[in-house]
Design a protein. Sequence first.
Length: 318
Amino acid sequence: MAADFGAGIAASTTDPNVAYFNPAAMKDFKGQVGGFSTVFRSTSARFKGNVQVSSIAGSNFSTNSQGGRLTATPTFTYVAPISKRWVFGLSVVSPLNSHMHFSKAQATRYVVTENQLSTVDIDPVLSFQILPKLSVGAGLDFIHGYFIYENVNTDTSITNDSDNTNKLAGWAQGWNTGVFWQATSTTKLGASYHSRAMLHMTGTSKFLGNGTLASNRTRTKMRINIPAMTVISAQQVLNKQWLLLATAAFTQWKQLNHTYLRNTATPTGKTNTYLTQKLKNTWKFILGTHYRLNTKILLMGALGYTPASVSRGRRTIT
């Protein structure tokens, strides 16, 4: 799941979150502004079918497994003008955050019991006002990633079930840029781009042997992409009471399709574990509105459409 944003975010000149989603739009901040928020998500996935274990001849375990996990995604943003034309911004956000857990009591344990990818992006940016109605912005993304993948392995009998745990961490660096145009006194347009960033992660793979299976420990590594994202937004003032906002965002999920763990521990040494995603690129659309009821009350609402990044027929539990 990518970082959250609302309607018209890349064209906003009042929301400090714009420091991440379009640094060019920071131009109208007259003083220091900061913000903090947290989004809670409850993920849910059900696998119904059969699981085959290559080491157990003729195995065909029927299972109906429910997976999920509650996650929290905090965001911090800060904007500070430097001069009449220059504005500095700093964001600490999670561009990618996913967590799935399946019970070890189900046959899905031979595929996955825990799969978590958490990222934190430290994003310093600058905005420069080229013309009174036109500004540009750019910044760097310093992304820290933490990855956990756990499953259960066995040999010819489930009585020898053994846990395999892989924990890795690492850094990636990317860049971002944006442009903002005050087209008219009532129309604002903005667009931004966050580049793809490659996480280079290293860590430890542990195989906790049981029965006839020997324990083992190896150093493991993995490279994984943080996908590129393009955001286009518009804000249109209709009258003193109504404001219309719209955003379209394109995320290149296909850049996540080819990832695998190198040197994962086994009872006899090490191997490579492939994690196939089968994702497709998606567009996200959000349409929102603000209604000024009076000088003290502002009503806000939005509707969004986000298609799944993987088709139903190509979904896997990893």
